[in-house]
Design a protein around this ligand. Structure first.
Ligand SMILES: [Zn+2]
Length: 280
């Protein structure tokens, strides 16, 4: 017994310091990992400061998604919805649309529409209306060109590009920015046919950062009463004119392959249009 307590005393004095040191190192390392993780996956705030406009978002995470696309998109649609719903930030109610009608803007809906025009230089076009004061998105429409995306001779005519663009425009129409520099494994990453095409397989889905940003936008954020999910196609819409004036050109990249426009709708809202061309 005596020997034991002696041993413990000795052990204590010698090892307590080591134990404390070890705990300190572990805590410091964990803190460092957390800081590094947080700085690379920092959630996007609704607005970064009090005098800035809130970033675009729907008034609640229950979004009516109108399916006006051609049937070849069904498999991609299922995948993109499952991805964006995976962390519970968003919930889509799918409303069957009419693939034969022109592409309409419907207030209160996100409309997914396709055209088939091999001669049209646009690969994908997204547009949404939002109120700058509140950040609320009032309507969204994205239009994909099957003439390129289902053309096997085109660099864009494959499942990877279709998954990527659908994921990207659903994310964008929910208020997320596309990504330019970072995010190689993200569908939100902007890339063109000039980029390394082997990357496209890794860019079919949202990554952790995208999902975190989406969660930051919608968690605990409900403006007003959550409406019941819309289940029927809306009656009154406005045809989107593909050749009309999209407003002021506010961003241009890749020698004009990517363009962002802003249009003042003169009713307190503005319309943002995101165009990706297949070639100049
Ligand atoms: Zn809001």
């Amino acid at each position: 017994m005596k020997n034991m307590s002696k041993f413990l005393k000795k052990w204590n004095s010698k090892h307590r310091i080591n134990l404390l040191l070890a705990l300190f190192v572990i805590t410091a390392a964990a803190g460092l990992v957390y800081v590094r993780y947080y700085s690379s996956y920092a959630p996007q705030p609704l607005s970064s400061s009090a005098n800035e406009e809130p970033s675009p978002h729907w008034a609640h995470g229950q979004v009516a998604l109108l399916d006006s696309a051609s049937r070849g998109w069904d498999i991609h649609f299922t995948r993109a919805i499952a991805n964006w719903e995976s962390n519970g930030a968003l919930n889509f109610s799918i409303v069957p649309g009419d693939e034969s009608e022109e592409c309409f803007i419907y207030v209160g809906y996100m409309n997914f529409c396709t055209i088939n025009d091999p001669d049209y230089g646009v690969l994908a076009l997204g547009t949404y209306g939002h109120i700058p004061d509140s950040g609320h998105i009032t309507d969204a429409l994205f239009i994909f060109n099957d003439g390129a995306l289902f053309d096997k001779t085109s660099v864009f005519g494959n499942v990877f590009w279709r998954n990527k663009l659908l994921c990207q425009y659903m994310g964008w129409s929910s208020g997320l920015d596309y990504r330019y520099k970072d995010g190689t494994d993200s569908c939100m990453k902007y890339m063109t046919w000039q980029s390394d095409q082997t990357q496209i397989k890794r860019q079919q889905d949202p990554d952790v950062t995208d999902l975190t940003n989406m969660m930051a936008k919608y968690i605990d954020h409900t403006d007003g009463i959550i409406p019941p999910p819309k289940i029927t196609k809306p009656e009154n819409g406005q045809v989107f004119n593909l050749t009309s004036n999209f407003g002021e050109l506010v961003e241009i990249r890749e020698n004009g392959l990517l363009e962002i426009y802003r249009l003042d709708r003169k009713d307190g809202s503005e319309q943002i249009t995101f165009i990706q061309k297949k070639s100049k």
